[in-house]
Design a protein around this ligand. Structure first.
Ligand code: ZN
Length: 280
């Protein structure tokens, strides 16, 4: 009789313990889910869903550039200073894939996220930017012109080759995406040509690099709603412009991500101040 009573009590006790355990696991997993949506766990709920992501745009990197060209040129030394300043300020570079997962599925982003981009696919990106990014453990996206890969001529600065693109892509440091095939003003060309620019560049990147091409940066940052629709139909999930003002938030979607030009001749402090100003 006594043994039977103890047995009943043991059963009751283990039932109570298992209920407490299930509740504890539940509470833990729901707090983990909440943490999956935020940039900074210390901020309030409202701010958490409004993560602000700046995107910087660089072009060519070279010494002794003409100061009138500082919106598209920066020296190797200035570029490294920029990266060092971003790193020391606690910025974490993220990929467009991460930003896509954040916007569409609420996936977690690191604190102080930032996206680095380069337009046109110049050889100097391979020569100077790629090693510096590797050194600081940073990531960037290069928007290439698929019709100019490996091009060396007197019209413009040399462009890196498919082989170099492949090396950068495989390193995990650089993601190659599309800036069209031949860099026309997309708002001024016939619809057939615009379609070709979107589709041909995407096809070549997928074929040459054996990876998805889902981000399109408009040449000169020029676009309209018809082009946005065409780009979407061509398979681009993300479209990028140059606004030189503001940063990106989840509620604005993925069809016109704004970028801030990182000017040559600006110090690390000036770059950080410019980004901060645009966060307001
Ligand atoms: Zn361009």
């Amino acid at each position: 009789m006594f043994k039977k009573a103890i047995g009943v009590w043991i059963i009751i006790l283990s039932m109570i313990l298992s209920v407490i355990h299930v509740h504890a696991v539940d509470t833990q997993s729901s707090s983990e889910e909440a943490a999956g949506e935020i940039c900074d766990e210390n901020e309030s709920e409202d701010v958490k869903s409004e993560c602000k992501v700046p995107i910087l745009v660089y072009h060519n990197i070279m010494d002794n550039y003409c100061t009138s060209q500082s919106s598209v040129q920066i020296s190797p030394k200035e570029f490294e200073t920029h990266m060092l300043s971003l790193d020391q300020a606690g910025y974490h570079t993220i990929t467009f894939q991460q930003y896509n997962d954040y916007v569409t599925r609420g996936q977690e982003l690191p604190d102080n996220p930032i996206i680095l981009t380069f337009d046109d696919g110049y050889s100097s990106n391979y020569e100077y930017a790629y090693p510096v990014l590797k050194k600081y453990n940073m990531k960037a996206t290069i928007f290439v012109l698929t019709g100019r890969m490996g091009a060396v001529d007197e019209v413009t600065y040399p462009h890196f080759t498919w082989e170099e693109a492949r090396e950068m892509q495989q390193s995990g440091v650089i993601d190659i995406q599309s800036h069209s095939d031949l860099h026309p003003d997309m708002t001024k060309v016939e619809i057939g040509r615009a379609q070709l620019e979107l589709r041909r560049s995407r096809y070549l990147i997928r074929k040459e690099l054996q990876k998805p091409c889902e981000v399109f940066a408009y040449p000169y940052g020029l676009y309209n709603s018809d082009l946005q629709e065409l780009a979407e139909k061509a398979g681009y999930k993300i479209q990028v412009i140059v606004g030189d003002q503001g940063v990106n938030t989840r509620k604005e979607g993925l069809k016109q991500l704004k970028r801030l030009t990182a000017f040559g001749g600006t110090s690390g402090e000036e770059l950080l101040a410019m980004i901060e100003e645009n966060m307001q």
